[in-house]
Design a protein around this ligand. Structure first.
Ligand SMILES: *Cc1c(COP(=O)(O)O)cnc(C)c1O
Length: 377
């Protein structure tokens, strides 16, 4: 009899080595070619990737940066956010969202998320004060918020929108890409993101030429296109080698999105009748939304028990953000309570969701969850 060990069948939450091993020959060739050209910083591969990313998103300007956290901070500054301005964000996000606001000199104001796990417009509106300068909605889990509602609110109160689109490349609301609704936005190319490189990377995106010029200067020591120092700046450039890898991956990115959407449909079919869990919207559930499923975030009863049950069967899961919404980290000094978000954080769990997950593995995950809640087998 063939003995299958558990590790043969293990389903990790995210198989990092596959980011390299599944494309090893092509990636090695890119490394060799870029290396032999000596093209390491701000070279043609960055320019090419920026152009192709702009075309993919349908946006005028893209600036490769070192990571999305820097990108968000740079976008806020370039959009004119001033010291002491309040910027509203949904507390169900990575701490990076709030850190970007903090390091732009502004004050991060956390609000609730709604049933879709994205910024709750009513909670955001209640948080507006005379010092509120902007909204930073996180397009979480690869879904774009209802930007009509947020856009109307922003216009009513004269607020700037800078989207945290770190998780949402290719996600659309009413046909328009995440990251193109507000004054500016930032994307992340961290390895585990929908479009990942082999390290850190990000991009700032805008349709506004003035914001683009200021962001471009800010990311390269304050230097303008002619090399003149136009003001204080950072060093936050996208490595040319990472840009070459990203440009190669962008060409195949639509297939990655399709694979994630197929897996989301499988999870939905396999789990939707279980009363103890709440699933994200299905890929064809609402014609206004095109989701790219950066994560598959469920709400579930008896979360710790389920996690342990799955772990014992070699299935990796993740509790988002280390188990707390941003405002729940005492070291950051927030004093507000956000009851809906805090309740949600006792229930949320991320299932494996990545382009190398097979249909068979997704079915195995569903079967294990069914066994946990429904017994049998
Ligand atoms: C990953 C992520 C970031 C930070 O991106 P980096 O490129 O790692 O700086 C910010 N916000 C959200 C929602 C993220 O998921």
């Amino acid at each position: 009899m063939m003995v299958t060990t558990q590790s043969d069948r293990a389903i990790p939450f995210f198989p990092y080595p596959k980011l390299f091993t599944t494309e090893e020959d092509d990636l090695t060739a890119i490394f060799r070619e870029v290396g032999q050209r000596g093209a390491f910083v701000l070279q043609e591969d960055v320019r090419k990737f920026e152009d192709n990313l702009a075309r993919f998103l349908g946006v005028r300007h893209t600036i490769g940066v070192a990571n999305a956290t820097d990108g968000l901070s740079i976008a806020l500054r370039a959009a004119g956010v001033q010291a002491g301005d309040e910027i509203i964000f949904s507390s169900h996000t990575m701490v990076a969202t709030a850190a970007a606001i903090h390091f732009a000199g502004a004050i991060p104001v956390p609000v609730e998320c709604g049933p879709d796990h994205l910024m709750d417009p009513a909670s955001a509106e209640r948080a507006i004060t005379p010092r509120t300068a902007g909204l930073m909605p996180t397009q979480l889990n690869g879904r774009t918020a209802n930007m009509d509602a947020l856009g109307r609110m922003a216009r009513r109160h004269n607020l700037t929108i800078v989207e945290d689109a770190a998780q949402a490349l290719g996600s659309r609301f009413r046909g328009q890409c995440a990251g193109t609704f507000g004054e500016a936005s930032a994307f992340s190319f961290f390895p585990a993101k929908v479009l990942g490189c082999l390290g850190d990377g990000g991009a700032v995106v805008t349709n506004n030429a003035g914001i683009a010029a200021r962001a471009a200067a800010l990311h390269d020591h304050g230097r303008d296109g002619r090399g003149e120092v136009a003001g204080w700046g950072f060093n936050s450039r996208l490595d040319n080698l990472q840009a070459a890898i990203l440009d190669y991956r962008l060409k195949k990115y639509n297939a990655v999105i399709e694979q994630r959407r197929t897996l989301a449909a499988l999870y939905r079919n396999g789990l939707e009748d279980i009363g103890e869990i709440v699933l994200p919207p299905g890929p064809h559930g609402d014609p206004d939304h095109f989701d790219v499923y950066q994560n598959y975030e469920i709400e579930c009863e008896r979360r710790e028990g389920l996690r342990e049950f799955l772990r014992a069967r070699g299935i990796g899961t993740l509790i988002p953000w280390g188990g707390r919404a941003v405002h729940q980290w005492p070291a950051l000094g927030f004093t507000c309570r956000l009851p809906a978000t805090e309740r949600l954080f006792e229930r949320v769990l991320l299932l494996p969701m990545h382009p190398w997950l097979t249909a068979g593995e997704a079915t195995t995950v569903c079967d294990a969850i069914r066994r946990f809640y429904c017994g049998g087998l």
